[in-house]
Design a protein around this ligand. Sequence first.
Ligand SMILES: [Zn+2]
Length: 503
Amino acid sequence: MPYPVKNPRFHLVFWTRLCRLPVWKRVLIAAFLLPFLLVGGTAGAFYLRLHQNARAASVSELPLFPSPQKNKHYLILAPHCDDETLAVGGFIADARAKGATVSVAFLTNGDGFRVAATRELKAVTVSPGDFVRFAVIRQAEAKRALQTLGVKPGDTYFLGYPDRGLRPMWEKNWTTPYRSYYTGHTRSPYLLTYTPHTPYTGQSLQNDLLKLMNAVRPTDVFVTHPGDDHPDHAASASFAQAALHAAKQTKAPWADTVRTHYYIVHRGDWPLPQGKYPGANLTPPAGLMTTDTAWRVYLLSPEAEAAKNAALSRYVSQLNICNRFLTSFVRTNELFGEMQTSVLPPETGSTTNDGWTTLGVGGSRDDVMRYVDPGADISKVCVQRRDGNKIAVRVTLRGAADTSRIRYSVQVGGGGAVQTVPLPEPDGKGSRILTVVVPVTPAPSGMIWVAAETRYRGTAKIPMRPVDRLGYNPLVWVLSKKSENYSIISDGFRERDGTGIMK
Ligand SMILES: [Zn+2]
């Protein structure tokens, strides 16, 4: 059957005119269009594959996450008001129904969501004061949502830190307060704040988390996955890991046995398919399926699914803006991942992986820009300890390194003291491997990172995992940058068998 068009003669006229053009003009037009067709076709094929895989994916092979138990205390850390309901809402409802204690702490009040604030306040422009007013509305929505899930009002905590500010607080503003781009404040202006007037510093947030954890003594902590695209979400994982590490250092009794579970909210187009499919599974994002995050499936009871749906409906200010995305999370299951701590051998000469410890395996499974640019796609990161407090970082790319076009660097540091070390030229032309030796200075929080970034992904970074035996607890990231202004993540975690590069 011919493709239906409104005016079939249009195509005829177009092709007739094209064919009448001189050959050189036709060649010129073809040469002009070819790159667009190639990139468009590749991107189209990539997304088609991604969606087809998502449709075919099933959670039946993933192990089950255990049912909540009455004697447990679950602490949910949410970067913004709604993340807890989206990713953990069903589990929270079931846990409360069984009599378990559930505490929820919001790291920010989501006071930087301009589009939602504009709509909610029916304003054309939004002033700094309006952002604060909007955040108070979000706090109220969160309280109603948690009440719907059965969480006691006294078990809800608003830490009051700035939306979009967690990553800068983690990297730069450890002791010098960060100023919110939206509210203009450098300390919490909210009446309802865990530590009233808390300054916007990384140190304050870590102190708050530690204080809160010591107060509630959680058996299980739920926090956003470090591979989440949103910078606040990735940074929340770092803060949680730092606080848990500090708790272990102080020998807090609960810290010996606490379990950490990671949930994901933002990852490319995920969840696929988007929209309300209440009978569908929620499968992990393709890019995080083959990494060493061990995903488990929590099957929702019909009551839990209904409670989650009802709780989500309390977030009116969010549903007005991104209904399709938010309702994608009301499915038959929730997903929680666990990651193991790596061990970096004390000196070189280890038999593991030729002396290299694999820290992360990334790849372009769910990112079209990395897929079409293999030279900017970091597929593997290994480290090796050298001369005491130095580490060698070896970065493997999916395609040949191109230092004329891409700048590669390793970022080391944390707790406000992050240093960026450029990666030198590769050994030979066409090489996919870059190596650098980095001195490791303990940051104020006693951690280091190597970050992976490329230009298409915003500026979030992925802490790969804690690595022990350096005397402190480093997290490692790798960074590649195409320009000063843009950066994207190449992220991911070690493959389950710890070998090889993702194909
Ligand atoms: Zn969020």
